[in-house]
Design a protein around this ligand. Structure first.
Ligand SMILES: [Zn+2]
Length: 266
């Protein structure tokens, strides 16, 4: 198979897990599962059982709900710092729609995409949020219609991240903001934990990015990353306590949020 970011064929084998070959592209450096599942196999992963635990936790635990909404509002604070106005926001892999619910409460017009029928139905019924139950490349929106597109820990699940990012960028306004978070395979934690790192869960996760390989991929899609931040647990609280900047500097987190725009064509 070809590298999902740069189309080259040369890989270095790293290890095998859950019958997935995890290899590193020798040209662009992206770590990826090289025997990728089909769309049908991916759909089968995200069934009702997949969401049950998260759903029960969030539905029955008020503390957890408050914590999640604090995090969503913190993410929205960061987005609003980087956008001129609250317009249309599209969340990819929106799951139950809690993030979109938080965004709507702050005045955003919201829409979502999620491959999982169970989650998409929940978002529609519970929040009345419009969720397209398709893959990114199957979904169609008006061109240049979104001010912001978000992907919270979703890009690592995509079968063809390059193709899907390219398709997505059509829906983003020329001055729109794309926000993508994902784990960092080059982080200290990933290095220390080795194969025990919790992110090695193929075939759910299919790509394992570093800031460098993310930049390469975005570049190939006509997108440019202009800012990045580490994403840490309890980030909302830590920001309030002014500890966040210190942690960010120390690079203790293995999750990164990237802020990107379309590359200017002129
Ligand atoms: Zn490559």
């Amino acid at each position: 198979m070809k590298c999902v970011a740069c189309d080259s064929y040369t890989f270095q084998f790293i290890f095998e897990k859950n019958s997935c070959q995890i290899e590193k592209c020798l040209v662009c450096g992206l770590v990826q599962v090289t025997n990728r599942p089909s769309k049908e196999e991916v759909v089968a992963i995200y069934d009702k059982d997949f969401f049950e635990t998260y759903y029960r936790e969030l539905e029955n635990n008020r503390k957890k709900q408050r914590y999640e909404y604090l995090n969503f509002n913190n993410k929205l604070d960061q987005i609003e710092k980087r956008t001129a106005k609250k317009g249309n926001i599209l969340d990819i892999g929106c799951s139950f729609g809690f993030f979109l619910d938080a965004a709507r409460q702050r005045g955003w017009t919201v829409a979502g995409i999620d491959l999982a029928e169970y989650a998409a139905k929940f978002a529609a019924q519970r929040f009345g949020i419009r969720v397209i139950n398709k893959t990114i490349t199957e979904a169609e929106f008006e061109e240049n219609s979104f001010d912001v597109i978000t992907m919270w820990n979703t890009i690592e699940h995509l079968i063809n991240p390059k193709q899907e990012l390219e398709h997505l960028s059509n829906f983003l306004k020329d001055d729109g903001l794309l926000v993508v978070s994902t784990a960092n395979v080059d982080s200290l934690r990933a290095r220390i934990e080795g194969r025990r790192w919790r992110i090695w869960i193929p075939p759910e996760h299919l790509s394992f990015f570093s800031p460098q390989t993310m930049r390469n991929l975005f570049d190939k899609c006509g997108l440019v990353i202009f800012d990045q931040e580490t994403a840490v647990p309890y980030e909302g609280c830590l920001r309030k306590l002014k500890i966040y900047n210190l942690l960010d500097k120390l690079k203790v987190s293995d999750n990164v949020v990237y802020y990107a725009r379309k590359l200017e064509m002129n």
